[in-house]
Design a protein. Structure first.
Lengths: 115, 114
């Protein structure tokens, strides 16, 4: 089991550019979550999917953020256009099912820096 | 609405001493409680969970947590701390409502001195 795989590990971009973060969940997991971590705001849930369908995107900060899950093994989080305040570590997590007692399995994150 | 609080930003303990990392929660239904650990430049790793049953839950790396319904607490404990336990610890909660999301606390940095 390779775990949740995120790419890239680091991304540095200039303000206004489009950024795409990628995630491959653990095979067989059908729930996928995107989180953002900053010193000021801690760990925030952005969006989550069940069976490739977005269930709750209320945490997505603005229309500049969008997420897709075209199939069970791949998800993207896109920021267009990016701004310096988007700088954070973005985590993807998956779980076997969206049940109340399923723990989340996290990837190692993408550290995004927007200059 | 759900909420979870970790009142201590940092906990400092000498190696070999017992440690406690505090967590309190608020939910409208039955709580499902979790502890995760984060090492530098890594994602969060699951340590243990409380769903129902015995109030003392045992998890990975010798950690345990005690569920206290009357105090709405779920403190993380270890009888004898190791330097390698130094990390960031997160408490998380969700309840059994259908629209429940998992909510994380702000995290507590645990520092174990040799």
């Amino acid at each position: 089991d390779a775990g949740v795989i995120q790419s890239p590990r680091h991304e540095v971009t200039e303000m206004g550019q489009e950024v795409t973060l990628r995630c491959k969940p653990i095979s067989g997991h059908n729930s996928l979550f995107w989180y953002r971590q900053t010193m000021m705001r801690g760990l925030e849930l952005l969006i989550y999917f069940n069976n490739n369908v977005p269930i709750d995107d209320s945490g997505m900060p603005e229309d500049r953020f969008s997420a897709k899950m075209p199939n069970a093994s791949f998800s993207t989080l896109k920021i267009q256009p990016s701004e310096p305040r988007d700088s954070a570590v973005y985590f993807c997590a998956s779980s076997p099912r969206d049940s109340y007692n399923s723990p989340l399995h996290f990837g190692n994150g993408t550290r995004l820096t927007v200059t | 609405a759900q909420s979870v609080a970790q009142p201590e930003d940092q906990v400092n303990v000498a190696e070999g001493n017992p440690l406690t990392v505090k967590c309190t929660y608020s939910v409208s239904g039955n709580p499902y409680l979790f502890w995760y650990v984060q090492y530098p430049n890594r994602g969060l790793q699951f340590l243990l969970k409380y769903i129902t049953g015995d109030n003392l839950v045992k998890g990975s790396y010798g950690f345990e947590a005690e569920f206290n319904k009357s105090q709405t607490s779920f403190h993380l404990k270890k009888p004898s701390a190791l330097v390698s336990d130094s990390a960031l610890y997160f408490c998380a909660v969700r309840d059994d409502s259908s629209a429940s999301k998992i909510i994380f606390g702000s995290g507590t940095r645990l520092s174990i001195r040799p």
